[in-house]
Design a binder for this molecule. Sequence first.
Ligand SMILES: [Fe+2]
Length: 235
Amino acid sequence: MSHHLDFPFPARRALMNLGTTIDMDLLRTAFEHVPADPYQRDFRFKSIARVIVDGHHIIRTAPGPLYQSTSTNPVHGGIRRNYTELGPDDLALLAPIILMFAALGRLTAEDEILVQLQRIRANAGDDGKTGLPVVEGFHNDAAALLGLLLVQRRHVVGGCSKIARDRAGTELVYEGVLEAGDFLLLDDREHFHNATPIRAVTGHDDPVRDVVIITTPAARPPEHAGGLWPGYGGS
Ligand SMILES: [Fe+2]
C-alpha cells in the first residue's frame, strides 16, 4: 500500500504541461467510445482499469468495483460501482501517463493504480447545456496520490479547477482552467479538489471535457483494501 509515499515536490502538489510529451490528439481518440456512467447518466461517461507498474511494464490487475466511503463521497460513497474496463488498445494509449505517474510518485509494484477515463458532456441541467465535472463539491479521492490530466476541452466554457487545503474550500491553493496537456499532481491526503460546471458554447455540437484521473491506492472495496486483489497478471 501507499502509506510510504513521499511526495516528490515540497509543496505536495504540482502542475505541469505534458502536451509536448504525450500525444493529446491520440489520447483524445480513447474518449470517443467511453460508455455512459450508469451512476450519472445525464452527462458523465467513464471507463476504468487498474494496473501496477513493475519496472517498465504495466500489468493490468483484476477488475472490480470502485468503492469510496460515505465520508469521502457523500453522493456515491458506500456503493460498489461497476464500470466498463478499458480495452487493451486504450490502455496502451495511456501507458505514457501511467509510467509518468508511477515515476513521479516513486511507486513500486505493490502500489496498485486506478486509471479512469472520464468525459463530461455539457448537455444536461435546466438549460440542457450544463455538465458537472464534480458532483460532490470539494472532496478528496481517499487516495495517497492523485493525478488529473486534462486531455480535451471542446466547445465548453467554465470547468475551473480549484484546489484547497480544507474540505470547505476556503484555503485555496490553486484556481484555474486546465487546458489540454495540463497535469495536476496532488498529495490527496492534504488537498481537496473541485471544479465548476461546464457550459456548452452556443452553436457547437458535442461539447465535452475529457480527463484522465489516476490514483493510488485504487479504490477497492474494504474487503480488498489491504492489498492487491488476487489473480492479477493479465493485460
Ligand atoms: Fe475526485
